[in-house]
Write a protein that binds this ligand. Structure first.
Ligand SMILES: *[C@@H]1O[C@H](CO)[C@@H](O)[C@H](O)[C@H]1NC(C)=O
Ligand SMILES: *[C@@H]1O[C@H](CO)[C@@H](O)[C@H](O)[C@H]1NC(C)=O
Length: 315
């Protein structure tokens, strides 16, 4: 935990403009540690969000499925977070029913830790046969205002995400061409930013091009602090599958194999004035089974993640 506290302190400094930085005191190591513990290490809540993710129809299926996470995250800015910028390379593989794999950014407020307190939006790519009825790679969004108890859903399965007219891509769309682990990359460029005036979370995406506005999560979907800002931002991979039939995360390759592993790059966090701050150093990480699925340290706003190469990975 000592390392987590140090990097948390470094990010805290990064997110403050110089004047405020000089006049503000750092959170104590203990405060930073508690926050990270509550926001990032509370797998109970994170997994609940993903249970629904992997088996949308019945919660009980989670007993048979194991869900693995490998991600970086941050939850220490005193004024909260107002957006995320990053580039994910996109992969595909054949999965069966009960298996799922996703790369995502979670912009969240986990409240007091109770299930109903979880509010978040999730954006990324996924392969999820239980949801789509195919094993293609899809662009996806997801949101909740109460830990998926009575609000929120994938894509546009319920009212929530409001697509932009004429947008090049919509939640749930197939991403037809994907990266090859050792070859050409297909990039999903993301920019999620809170409109400082309306309070809507604006979602910009671009496949192999600069992100363009494709829709929004209106402020009115959310109550409490999350209507105004996020407490944490997490980014990385998820894989879910029965124990006997594991699924790849990222490209399927562990981050030690930087030529073949999936990456998230150009990572920037947005402050209350709408300014983007490149992440220059490492951030805390969570790996629920590091021997199978892992993240590399963040260097120059980029890290590698994934693992459990599972044939046949798309060549
Ligand atoms: C995580 O969430 C659970 C479920 O609501 C809660 O009981 C627990 O106290 C939380 N843990 C932390 C470390 O916040
Ligand atoms: C931001 O919100 C203001 C006020 O509602 C609105 O006029 C403006 O068009 C919004 N910007 C975008 C990009 O939606």
């Amino acid at each position: 935990m000592g390392i987590l506290v140090v990097v948390a302190g470094a990010l805290f400094a990064l997110l403050l403009p110089p004047a405020a930085y000089a006049s503000r005191s750092y959170p104590t190591g203990e405060e930073a540690d508690q926050k990270l513990h509550a926001i990032i290490n509370n797998e109970t809540n994170s997994i609940r969000g993903l249970i629904d993710h992997v088996s949308p129809h019945h919660d009980k299926a989670s007993d048979a499925n194991i869900i693995y996470f490998a991600y970086h995250g941050v939850a220490t800015a005193p004024n909260g977070y107002y957006g995320f910028i990053g580039t994910m390379d996109v992969y595909g593989f054949p999965l069966s029913q009960g298996q799922g794999s996703a790369a995502a950014v979670w912009i969240s407020d986990e409240g007091d830790g109770a299930r109903s307190g979880l509010k978040n939006i999730m954006i990324g790519w996924d392969v999820l046969p239980d949801l789509y009825g195919d094993s293609k790679t899809h662009f996806y969004t997801k949101w909740t205002n109460d830990g998926y108890q009575s609000t929120g859903c994938f894509n546009t399965k319920c009212n929530g995400f409001v697509p932009e007219k004429g947008a090049a891509i919509a939640p749930g769309d197939v991403i037809d061409r994907v990266s090859s682990p050792k070859g050409a990359k297909r990039n999903l460029n993301l920019k999620i930013i809170k409109n400082g005036t309306s309070g809507d979370w604006l979602v910009h995406t671009g496949l192999d091009r600069d992100p363009q506005l494709i829709g929004r999560f209106p402020r009115s979907l959310f109550t409490g602090g999350f209507a105004d800002k996020a407490v944490g931002v997490l980014f990385g991979g998820v894989a879910a599958a029965p124990l006997t039939n594991p699924a790849p995360m990222g490209s399927g390759y562990l981050p030690t194999d930087v030529k073949s592993a999936a990456s998230i790059s150009n990572i920037q966090l947005i402050d209350q004035d709408g300014r983007a701050w490149p992440v220059t150093g490492d951030l805390p990480k969570v790996e629920t089974n590091p021997s199978a699925y892992a993240v590399s340290p963040i260097v120059n706003g980029q890290f590698f993640y994934g693992g459990h190469q599972q044939p046949p990975v798309v060549p």
